[in-house]
Design a protein around this ligand. Sequence first.
Ligand code: DC
Length: 213
Amino acid sequence: MTRAIAIDGPAASGKSSVAKVLSQKLNLVMVNSGAMYRAMAWKILQLGIDPNDAAAVIAALPTMDLECGVDTSGKLSTVGFDGQWLSDELRSEQVNNAVSAVAKIPELRTILLKKQAAYLESYDVVMEGRDIGTVVFPETPYKFFFKASEKIRQARREAEGITDSIAERDKQDSNRKTAPLKPADDAIIINTEDYDLDGVVACVIEHLETLGW
Ligand code: DC
């Protein structure tokens, strides 16, 4: 039987960095579910559709065949269209500004939910996002929710040279009707400001061991 670790939290709370280290240490596939939403937002922009026009986005969904896989290292999820994997283009300012509007559309979420769940059919995973513990894998006992102050999170993005209004994105992600950003009732909450990267990883591993991983 395969197992899943769920890590949720707001933008720049440290989910991806920690999930990548965990995937190496525990031999899991790290699935970046945000990249799936970003890929859909990127495609919508490519198609010249206004991401805020939900009806137009929904009408385009049948033509958007998002391919989800695993890279050659066998450790990281990949996303793409028509056999072409996407990476840097998913972090653009345009995608940052479009992704929350697209992610609040329930029809689009349903499509991605199936693709996220499909990873667990083949792999042990550490999946990070906004609704992994609440919606994607509610039955896994290994659930974490990361938090850090908005100031620290904005500074992390700026240090990466990325223009991203994370406060606005968090507001939209937390206030949407479908699968809003919030901790699962049984999630372990970690304030990532209290540790460096190795410290957060050690803290997660300690909790996993207590939970019987
Ligand atoms: O993790 P990220 O910042 O790359 O995610 C980009 C956006 O995708 C985020 O602002 C909201 C959406 N998202 C979501 O709605 N549900 C997820 N499980 C992951 C991301």
